[in-house]
Ligand binder design. Structure first.
Ligand code: FMN
Length: 802
């Protein structure tokens, strides 16, 4: 078992700042954190919005800064980087204000967004040159940093999800070369080597057992810079300022003196004395039975963790791993392809990225928009006693909750797909929901899954004991920067079981980084070798076959490798944090009002329940939709509200062409209802609303057809069902068939919305639109392209695909 070697700064530090909408950039940032730590940099990974531009802060003290940012919407900055971006754009910033900053950027994007995107600040010529909105956020950030005199120490990297190897297709070679560049710029002192890949890096967060009195005054240790008074920053998922403060409390130190006591129940005679040398071995896998814990002190937060697990090493009973492939297209969408080709000499073979599928959008997601506050739903709700049921509630009942009023299956009973409409009761203090707004659903792990994980890791003895998160200490020069824990509900003290239930994503598909980590916690040589294979970027196919194509969960992997025993103190570091899933609202207009109580609004979402089978034969279910499926009417659900596109397209005086397939109807219905209920002084001003809807069968998944009939005067619908006749017929075919009408509406200034799956549909719809502009509008290809780009620029074209 390798010894823990804490990061040794040697006067070098790296700040890794990410802007991430669905978690991919965050994962890249964590991987880069590992890369630099192995090069002996003190590192800190945090959201961009957690950092201020002030002269004396970490931004100016770090030896290097790596910005990792995705592009969202159509050329937009992710919401947890918008405050930082706005600050960077301030006109009164001195032109050389970042002259002490050495940086590089790594962008995450999708080249399919080249097509329509035309970021507002760009001229047509520039647009053509710059390939539309592809990686637009990273490009403009990089450019702005240089304008402010920051020094580029390594060229920008740009990952493309369309690459056949996904993000890894760019990331792996880029990070390997970047590492070499760092070593050449900042050579290590004689006799000091990079931390080798087989040595476990210190954790970012550790768990401690605490007695209640240790927590009482935890607020006095809050780290000033993570306090975020900007209500728009939304840096903490689904939280407002108060909730953010609570999160800060969560990560606040339990004891300034490092005097952290063990829960009495766990203080066994085998507990080592506190004076024990801090560099004790992390875990001795071969040792028998007892649990002994020495608690980290502030000075040496990591080196003192000493856990002797009751682990009898399992014999090598690894389940045979055969290449597998997905049998169903119903799997939650794979946003990130992954693969690996480059393994550099110095680099950590586990440093490559892996899929970040768990953080993905679910159907009905809208992530586009200018205004994206997270709103605390209702303080009063938090005081209510949750209904008694089998499900474990959010710890401390502090997470945002809303009441589920109604749920309804929207597909025919005999249809293979279960699509549900859920109606929630939203406190009015969140503001009136508008088309384009989002509900984020925060799921739970099931009690069974949690129990299984606890059992697999032999954590039964401490599972019910109060614990506290502690951001692991760091030699980072600016100690103000403690990264907020994204996606963590504010729990001041919680048990390990509660944490696993509400906060840690134990059913995510494991990343390569996860395999690298857990390989440290087995003493079975065969298991270790296999785990390191999966972590090795040079053996991507094995990882893909074992973990991704078969959609194995972290829990299943731990079941396959029973010799792995994760020290419980590492739980918060080993597992990803659970992030809520976003759903665009499908309600609007009069449906929004609560006729019984003006203190509330009603909000609906449309959710396709994710259930599928891989060649492993096991039925797989989406974590979030499983939670949604289990919700009962009247129950308070973990849901937060976020602003989206600010009602673009809801003005009934402007014609609207709405194109949607499947659950992509959600934001379109919201628009239709909003437009219909908006009263006009002169009804003659009301413009056409035309919906092109794509489904499989009229009898199975023609959502809201009764409503459309009732609204016939205000809405024209052209449905396209692919499976109702021999010849496949899709929305793009319906568009072509109504080409003349479409052209007339575009000519009349219509706004166009395109919503649904990001597969081939958006590309085909775009081709159809270009054809219509060419044929009916008599435009050349170039003119048609330019018109579409102009529409994007003027926010007359909105694409919400996932
Ligand atoms: C709703 C949505 C909009 C997107 N818009 C763009 C875009 O305009 N340009 C681009 O290059 N990529 C775009 N992408 C691709 C993302 O940048 C890419 O999926 C990235 O891996 C997401 O990283 P994140 O999880 O850190 O946000 C978009 C993705 C989604 C889901």
């Amino acid at each position: 078992m390798a010894k823990v070697v804490p990061g040794q700064p040697y006067d070098r530090s790296a700040l890794i700042l990410f802007g991430s909408e669905t978690g991919n950039s965050e994962e890249v940032a964590q991987c880069l954190g590992d890369v630099v730590e192995r090069l002996r940099f003190a590192s800190k990974v945090c959201e961009m919005d957690a950092v201020e531009l002030q002269p004396q802060n970490a931004l100016h003290k770090a030896t290097v800064i790596i910005f990792v940012i995705s592009t969202t919407g159509l050329g937009d900055i992710p919401r947890n980087a918008r405050k930082f971006w706005r600050n960077l754009l301030r006109k009164r910033l001195p032109p050389n204000c970042l002259s002490r900053v050495s940086f590089t950027t790594f962008g995450l994007g999708d080249s399919s967004y080249v097509q329509y995107a035309y970021p507002p600040s760009l001229s047509a010529a520039c647009f053509a040159k710059q390939c539309g909105a592809f990686n637009w956020a990273a490009r403009k950030l990089h450019k702005r940093l240089e304008q402010l005199a920051a020094k580029e120490i390594y060229p920008r990297g740009e990952a493309d999800e369309q690459h056949h190897e996904g993000i890894d297709g760019t990331y792996l070679s880029w990070s390997a070369d970047f590492g070499k560049r760092l070593l050449s710029l900042y050579p290590l002192p004689d006799g000091v080597e990079p931390i080798p890949p087989h040595v476990l890096l210190p954790p970012k967060y550790i768990l401690q057992l605490v007695e209640e009195e240790n927590l009482k005054d935890s607020s006095e240790y809050l780290e000033p810079e993570i306090k975020d008074s900007d209500p728009e920053s939304g840096s903490l998922l689904g939280t407002d300022a108060a909730e953010g403060a609570a999160i800060q409390k969560t990560i606040a130190l339990a004891s300034a003196s490092g005097k952290t006591t063990l829960s009495k129940s766990l203080q066994s005679p085998t507990t080592p004395p506190r004076s024990q040398p801090q560099s004790s071995v992390l875990a001795t896998m071969t040792s028998p039975v007892s649990i002994s814990i020495s608690v980290p002190t502030l000075d040496h937060p990591l080196s003192s963790i000493s856990t002797t697990l009751n682990s009898t090493p399992a014999s090598s009973n690894l389940t045979p791993i055969s290449p597998t492939s997905l049998q169903s297209s119903l799997a939650e969408p794979l946003r990130t392809g992954l693969k690996e080709s480059v393994a550099s000499v110095w680099s950590n073979p586990v440093a490559g990225l892996s899929t970040s599928t768990p953080a993905l959008h679910q159907p009905s997601t809208i992530v586009k928009g200018k205004i994206t506050n997270s709103v605390n739903l209702d303080a009063n709700l938090l005081d209510r006693d949750p209904p008694v049921n089998q499900k474990v509630q959010l710890p401390g009942a502090q997470g945002p909750r809303v009441e589920l009023l109604h749920t309804e299956r929207m597909t025919a009973d005999n249809h293979w797909q279960d699509v549900r409409q859920l109606t929630f009761r939203l406190p009015a203090n969140a503001g009136r929901p508008m088309p384009g707004d989002i509900l984020r659903v925060h799921p739970n792990n099931t009690p069974d899954a949690v129990a299984e994980l606890i059992c697999l890791n032999d954590w039964e003895a401490m599972a019910e004991t109060k614990t506290v998160f502690k951001a692991a200490g760091s030699s980072f020069p600016d100690n103000m920067l403690l990264s907020p824990i994204r996606g963590l509900h504010p729990v001041n003290q919680t048990t390990l079981r509660e944490l696993l239930t509400h906060n840690l994503d134990i059913t995510a598909i494991p990343t390569r980084r996860f395999f690298g980590k857990i390989s440290e916690w087995t003493n079975d040589p065969l298991h270790k070798t296999r785990l390191l294979d999966f972590a090795n970027p040079a053996r991507t196919e094995e990882y893909l076959d074992y973990a991704v194509r078969s959609r194995r969960s972290i829990l299943e992997v731990l079941g396959d490798f029973p010799s792995v025993k994760i020290p419980w103190t590492y739980a918060a570091d080993a597992f990803p944090f659970m992030q809520g899933r976003q759903y665009s609202i499908c309600s609007g207009g009069d449906l929004t009002n609560d006729t019984q109580d003006p203190g509330f609004y009603h909000v609906q979402i449309l959710v396709a329940i994710v259930k599928y089978q891989t060649v492993l034969q096991k039925i797989r279910r989406g974590l979030c939709t499983q939670y949604i499926e289990s919700l009962e009417v009247g129950e308070l659900a973990g849901v937060s509200f976020e602003r989206g596109t600010a009602g673009i397209g809801s003005d009934p005086r402007r014609p609207a062409i709405l194109i949607g397939a499947g659950t992509g109807i959600a934001p379109l219905r919201s628009l239709i209802l909003e437009r219909a209920c908006t009263r006009l002084e002169n009804e003659a001003d009301r413009a056409k609303t035309v919906l092109f809807f794509g489904g499989r069968n009229q009898g199975a998944d023609y959502f809201y057809q009764e409503e459309w009939k009732a609204n016939r005067a205000l809405l024209t619908v052209f449905p396209a069902f692919s499976r109702d006749q021999r010849e496949k017929y899709y929305v793009q075919d319906a568009l072509r068939a109504e080409g003349k009408l479409v052209w007339e509406m575009v000519e009349g200034g219509a706004s166009v919305w395109l919503c649904g799956s990001s597969g081939g549909m958006p590309r085909r719809v775009r081709a159809a639109l270009l054809g219509i502009l060419g044929f009916h509008g008599r435009m050349s290809r170039e003119e048609a392209e330019k018109l579409l780009a102009e529409m994007v620029k003027n926010r007359l074209f909105t694409q919400e695909t996932w």
